[in-house]
Design a protein around this ligand. Structure first.
Ligand SMILES: [Zn+2]
Ligand SMILES: [Zn+2]
Length: 242
């Protein structure tokens, strides 16, 4: 892939291929207004939540004005890994050797690569300590936090877990659109299909997360997902938080 791109660039330089740049959007709509919020600054100001003060205010405003919000987090589950604070043991997949993700609804640990599932642990298998801690955030935890922050708002979650368990992809999106649910929390699934005329705010939580995945196209993929998500907002306000 990279090799092909290099060859293409080489040919282009030699004048064999013309570079065509897209300067306008197909439907002539305005480019989305994207704002980046630095969460390190938020933390320095005492905000330990994964939602910045600015995004919080915007969501609040949207709920008041009866507008819809999409919150995008590219990680499902509750916590991305479980670790023993005493000896540093982390629960990993026996087959893939990657950290298992904690899912609260099933109280289990799952491998997002191969689907391996095991019971959650209360005691460290290595040193028998009970000092087990959860790190990282997934869509399940984000939805819970949002419900605590905005108890009167109606929320719906869309990720592989909700899609296979209760409803189809279509059902969830239709419900969000037709029943005027305030906030849709989801993984990259939310970027596919559908136009939501009442969505005026898209929040990307931990936008730089996907830069750390082990993939040489991580930058390209992050950019692609972010631009797709940004398009979901009609009045084009997107907040990328990192
Ligand atoms: Zn696995
Ligand atoms: Zn331990």
């Amino acid at each position: 892939m990279l090799h092909q791109i290099l060859i293409r660039l080489q040919k282009q330089r030699r004048g064999k291929i013309e570079l065509i740049t897209l300067t306008k959007r197909a439907n002539k709509s305005a480019m989305p207004n994207v704002e980046i919020v630095d969460l390190r600054q938020e933390l320095a100001n005492g905000n330990r939540s994964m939602i910045s003060t600015k995004l919080y205010e915007e969501i609040e405003k949207n709920i008041k004005n009866n507008k819809q919000t999409i919150l995008f987090l590219n990680r499902r589950g509750f916590s991305s890994f479980v670790m023993c604070r005493d000896c540093g043991y982390t629960v990993k997949c026996k087959r893939c050797n990657i950290s298992l993700t904690y899912h609260e609804y099933s109280n289990s640990l799952k491998c997002h690569y191969c689907g391996y599932e095991t019971k959650n642990i209360n005691i460290c298998p290595s040193c028998k300590s009970k000092n087990i801690k959860y790190f990282g955030t997934g869509t399940e935890k984000l939805e819970l936090e949002i419900q605590k922050m905005f108890p009167n708002a109606r929320t719906i979650r869309m990720d592989i877990d909700t899609v296979t368990k209760k409803n189809s992809h279509e059902d969830i999106l239709n419900k969000f659109k037709n029943e005027n649910i305030d906030i849709l929390v989801g993984t990259q699934m939310v970027v596919k299909g559908h136009h939501f005329p009442n969505v005026t705010l898209v929040g990307v939580i931990a936008a730089d997360n996907s830069l750390n995945i082990e993939d040489y196209r991580a930058n390209e993929r992050t950019f692609a997902i972010l631009t797709q998500v940004a398009r979901k907002s009609r009045k084009r306000r997107t907040r990328a938080e990192k």
